[in-house]
Write a protein that binds this ligand. Structure first.
Ligand code: CO
Length: 277
C-alpha cells in the first residue's frame, strides 16, 4: 500500500528515488539493533537515472563469503506514458508485491534473532522496467569483483490469483536448471504440506531480474503469481483490483523463508536482548 501510494516509482522521476530511499529506511528499521545487518543504496548503475537499488546484508556467521540473494524490483512504469516523469504508475502487483514479499520474509527471519551461516542479501532493484538495468549493474559488478553468489531468488508479481489455478508458478526460462529443481524441492517440502500447489510458466524473454544474474553466470530462478495480472503497467495495477488483500503474496513469503532457511544454512538463534547462546 505504501509503495503504490507514490505517483510512480519510475526510474527517471523524483518518486523513483524517494520510494527507493523509503524502502531502505523501512528495512533498516526492521533490522534495528542488529550489528550484523547493514543497508546501502547501490548507485553505481550508470543508466538507472537517479534511482538507486537497495541492498540489505545480513553478514554470515561462518560462511560470510558465500552469498544468498533474494530480489525484487522496486521501480514501476505506465506503458502508455512511459517517458513522463509524472506518469501514474502505482505498480501494486508489479512489483510492490515482490518488495512486500521480501520485506515480510526479512521481518519474520529477524523476529527471532535468526542468523545465517552464509551472507544473505535482500535486494530491491532499480530500473527493471526499462531493461533490467539495476539488477544487471549489480550482477556484473559482483561478477567483476568475484563475489560468490550461490543462489538467487527472484519474486516479481506475487499477488494475483483468479480461479482454480496453481498457487505458484516456477518460471521455466532464463534460469538455472539445478536451482529450479531446488525450488521444486523446497515447495514440495514446505508448501505442499500446507495444501498449496505449483505450476510452471515460460516467459519467452528475459522477463525479470533473474535473467541479469543468469547472464552474469550465477544460479538464479523465479517464482511468480498464480494468474498473470494483466493490469500491470497501467493506472489500475492497485490492491483494489486484487481483492484488497495480500493473501496470495503470503505464500511467497513462506517460500522466501524456506529459501533463506535452507540456503542460509540456519545456524544460531540469538535472543532478542543480544545474548549469544
Ligand atoms: Co515487474
Amino acid at each position: 500500500n505504501h509503495l503504490s501510494s507514490y505517483r510512480n516509482r519510475y526510474y527517471a522521476s523524483s518518486y523513483g528515488k524517494t520510494s527507493a530511499e523509503w524502502i531502505r529506511t523501512h528495512w533498516q528499521t526492521i533490522a534495528a539493533g542488529r550489528s550484523d545487518v547493514t543497508t546501502e543504496l547501490f548507485t553505481a548503475c550508470t543508466n538507472c537515472g537517479t534511482q538507486p537499488s537497495v541492498i540489505l546484508t545480513i553478514q554470515g556467521t561462518d560462511l560470510p563469503n558465500e552469498v544468498v540473494v533474494l530480489g525484487a524490483h522496486l521501480d514501476s512504469i505506465n506503458s502508455s506514458t512511459r517517458n513522463d516523469p509524472n506518469q501514474l504508475a502505482p505498480g501494486a502487483d508489479d512489483d510492490a508485491s515482490g518488495i512486500a514479499t521480501l520485506t515480510e520474509t526479512l521481518r519474520i527471519a529477524l523476529a527471532d534473532g535468526w542468523q545465517p551461516r552464509r551472507t544473505v542479501k535482500f535486494m530491491g532493484y532499480a530500473a527493471e522496467e526499462v531493461g533490467l538495468r539495476g539488477s544487471n549493474a549489480i550482477a556484473q559488478s559482483f561478477r567483476a569483483s568475484g563475489v560468490n553468489v550461490v543462489s538467487v531468488l527472484q519474486v516479481d508479481m506475487t499477488n494475483y490469483k483468479s480461479g482454480a489455478v496453481a498457487d505458484m508458478n516456477l518460471i521455466s526460462d532464463y534460469s538455472n536448471a539445478a536451482l529450479k529443481n531446488f525450488f521444486v524441492a523446497l515447495f514440495d517440502a514446505y508448501l505442499a504440506p500446507m495444501g498449496l500447489t505449483r505450476g510452471s510458466v515460460t516467459c519467452g524473454y528475459a522477463c525479470s531480474d533473474h535473467a541479469s544474474w543468469t547472464s552474469a553466470g550465477y544460479p538464479a530462478a523465479m517464482m511468480a503469481e498464480p494468474t498473470f495480472f494483466t493490469r500491470l503497467h497501467t493506472t489500475t495495477d492497485t490492491l483494489a483490483y486484487m481483492g484488497d488483500s495480500a493473501a496470495v503474496s503470503v505464500n511467497f513469503a513462506k517460500l522466501g523463508l524456506a529459501f533463506v532457511g535452507e540456503l542460509g544454512k540456519t545456524h544460531t538463534v540469538r535472543r532478542r536482548n543480544g545474548s549469544q547462546p
